[in-house]
Each structure stands twice: as C-alpha cells, then as structure tokens.
Design a protein around this ligand. Structure first.
Ligand code: COA
Length: 160
C-alpha cells in the first residue's frame, strides 16, 4: 500500500470576513467558521486520498474568541491519522486583525472524512507516514480518539 506524508496534504486557507459572513452587529457566524473548517479539512483529506471524500463526523468545536467583519480567518488543516478508508484531520483556526498586527486563536476541530468510489462506497486510502515527533504524537493521539469514536458509535447502536 502506498504511503504519503503529512506535508503532501496540509492546507492553509485565508479568508477575509465580509458583512455577508456576519450578524447585524458584525460578529461572524459560527456556521461561517464551521464551513471554513470543513472546507480546509476536506481539501487536506482529498489531497491525501487523491479522491472524492465525504465528511463522516465532526468532533466538538468550541468558539474560543469572536471574529468580526474585516478580520482575516486563517485555517490550517493537516492529516492526523489514517485507517483503511477514513482519515482524521485536525484544523486550527486563527483570526488576524491585520491593520493592527493582532492574531488570536478562534477554534480547533477534529473531523473524519471517508474516501468514496463512484458508487459512493468507502474506498481504501494510502497510509499516512508521520515524520516529525509532533506528527507522530498527533498520530498516536488521533488513534486513541478514533477508538473512542468507534466505541461511542457502537454504544449508540451505529456501525463504524
Ligand atoms: C461516511 C460513509 C461513507 C460511511 O459509509 P459506511 O457504509 O457506514 O462505511 P463503513 O461502516 O464501512 O465505514 C467506513 C469507514 O468510515 C468510518 N466511519 C463511518 N462512520 C463514521 C463516523 N460517524 N465517524 C467517524 N468515522 C466513521 C469507519 O470507521 C470506517 O473507517 P475505516 O475504513 O478507516 O476503518 C457514509 O456513512 C456516508 O455516505 N455518510 C454521508 C456523508 C455525507 O453526506 N457527508 C456530508 C457531505 S460531504
């Protein structure tokens, strides 16, 4: 089975927040940030798989600090773990008020994507080869999260 490194798929997206992304007091919607997270993570997963992927699950997202119209949102997504057909992607979101040189952490999330074939059935993906100590640590931690997710799905009577 082919292997790919984390650096082959990682993604960084910057998006300027406009009035259409926000409520009447200029505060960016949580849903806007969730869409940016899903997009960045989906690109990283699809790059790793070199195939179509679907979002299977999103772990808890906490919005740590607000973002306003005029701020830049930067989301960095990279693969944490790969099993047979699924991939866990970690996303770190920061906001930047570039006129003032301020940067702050907005949210972090773990998402699982599944590579699918033309019949929309799960399809095997290349293995992930973590190289740096940080990538190895993320890989090991993600493996434990995956086991917990599967246990939870089983408890709820859903297969995974
Ligand atoms: C995700 C999906 C393809 C999985 O299909 P399935 O027939 O249930 O697949 P399986 O039970 O064989 O599981 C396939 C893989 O998905 C993983 N998986 C399935 N459900 C999961 C969930 N809720 N969370 C995390 N991983 C999940 C399994 O662990 C397995 O991983 P592995 O092959 O790496 O071991 C299917 O549920 C689906 O199409 N869901 C809708 C996706 C969608 O519309 N997303 C939004 C738009 S992109």
């Amino acid at each position: 089975m082919e292997t790919r490194t984390n650096s082959e798929s990682k993604v960084e997206i910057a998006e300027l927040m406009l009035p259409e992304h926000a409520n009447s007091i200029g505060l960016v919607h949580g849903g806007t940030i969730m869409k940016i997270i899903d997009t960045a993570a989906g690109i990283a997963a699809a790059r790793h798989a070199r195939n179509t992927v679907v979002t299977a699950s999103v772990d808890r997202i906490d919005f740590i600090a607000p973002v306003y119209v005029g701020d830049l949102i930067i989301s960095k997504a990279s693969l944490n773990y790969v099993s047979r057909t699924s991939m866990e992607v970690g996303v770190n979101v920061t906001a930047e008020k570039f006129t003032k040189g301020l940067v702050w952490h907005v949210a972090s999330a773990y998402l699982t994507f599944v590579s699918i074939d033309e019949n929309k059935k799960p399809m095997e993906v290349p293995r992930l080869k973590p190289e740096t100590p940080e990538e190895i640590r993320r890989f090991e931690e993600a493996k434990i999260r995956r086991e917990r997710r599967i246990e939870e799905l089983k408890r709820k009577g859903k297969k995974a």
